[in-house]
Design a protein around this ligand. Structure first.
Ligand SMILES: Nc1nc2c(ncn2[C@@H]2O[C@H](COP(=O)(O)OP(=O)(O)OP(=O)(O)O)[C@@H](O)[C@H]2O)c(=O)[nH]1
Ligand SMILES: [Mg+2]
Length: 256
């Protein structure tokens, strides 16, 4: 995990330094974009919607924070870019420095749900920065890379960390990414399923490259969070496990 560390320049939103939780250690740094302003990430419980402020242009009913976690190189940034922009970041791997975020508003059963998605650095040296953000996350997408056994073996350690720092009722989804790389695959789908079962997690395989199950992962989380907040007693409960099982597509469906 000792890769060259250079900030990426993707032109997305960046955390406002004034809104950072009291983190020890290195601060999230994106010199080209870091600024304070209306896009500053909120802390605390789900936010009620607000109309467009300061030219941000986002109108929504409710907002949630989602965090991407997992070893360096598993594809967290690529997954976020695929979801946000519908593109794949091919080319040289540039490791995330500190933490970054992007917003996306989804229509979930007629309600505008804003996801503020935090892209964390997988590198060990930024771990203390990440720790400070867990407590405000409503959902976590925990990724491993199906072509990298070490990243799969790290999942247990990530779960221990999540248990220590995240909210007890955080929504958690396990994702095995890079399934487009069939030749390089070393973690079988069944291994992912078995691990997920062991820890009672919903699980899907994804590809940031082809887009396989990427929208689904975020939509599933948005549906679960929205329901937790707005479900009428008479309404049937949204079943996240069943939803991802039913809607998830197999790796063989979408070769690049
Ligand atoms: N084939 C394939 N490559 C991918 C996929 N997702 C990411 N990659 C590649 O994997 C490398 C790492 O991707 P990133 O998204 O930067 O990884 P990361 O998890 O954000 O890494 P850190 O920022 O260091 O934590 C890059 O070279 C990507 O092009 C995928 O779904 N398929
Ligand atoms: Mg990254």
């Amino acid at each position: 995990m000792s890769r060259k560390k250079t900030p990426k320049s993707k032109g997305g939103s960046a955390p406002a330094t004034s809104a950072l939780p009291a983190a020890k250690g290195p601060r999230p740094v994106r010199p080209e974009t870091a600024r304070a302003g209306p896009e500053a990430p909120p802390n605390g419980p789900p936010q009620p919607g607000r109309s467009s402020l300061g030219g941000g242009g986002d109108i929504y009913d409710v907002a949630f924070k989602v965090m991407l976690v997992g070893d360096s190189g598993v594809g967290k940034t690529c997954l976020l870019v695929r979801f946000k922009d519908g593109a794949f970041l091919a080319g040289t791997f540039i490791s995330t420095v500190g933490i970054d975020f992007r917003n996306k508003i989804l229509d979930v059963d007629g309600m505008k749900v804003k996801l503020q998605i935090w892209d964390t650095a997988g590198q060990e040296r930024f771990r203390s920065v990440t720790h400070a953000y867990y407590r405000d996350a409503h959902a976590l997408l925990l990724l491993y890379d199906v072509t990298n056994k070490a990243s799969f073996d790290s999942i247990q350690a990530w779960l221990t960390e999540i248990q220590e720092y995240a909210q007890r009722d955080v929504v958690l989804l396990l994702l095995g990414n890079k399934v487009d790389s069939a030749q390089e695959r070393v973690v079988r789908r069944e291994d992912g399923e078995q691990l997920a079962k062991e820890f009672g997690l919903p699980f899907m395989e994804t590809s940031a490259r082809t887009g396989l199950n990427v929208d689904l992962a975020f939509t599933a989380v948005a549906k679960e969070l929205k329901q937790r907040l707005t479900k009428a007693p008479s309404e049937p409960r949204f079943q996240l496990h069943d939803y991802v099982k039913r809607e998830g597509r197999g790796a063989s469906c979408c070769r690049p």
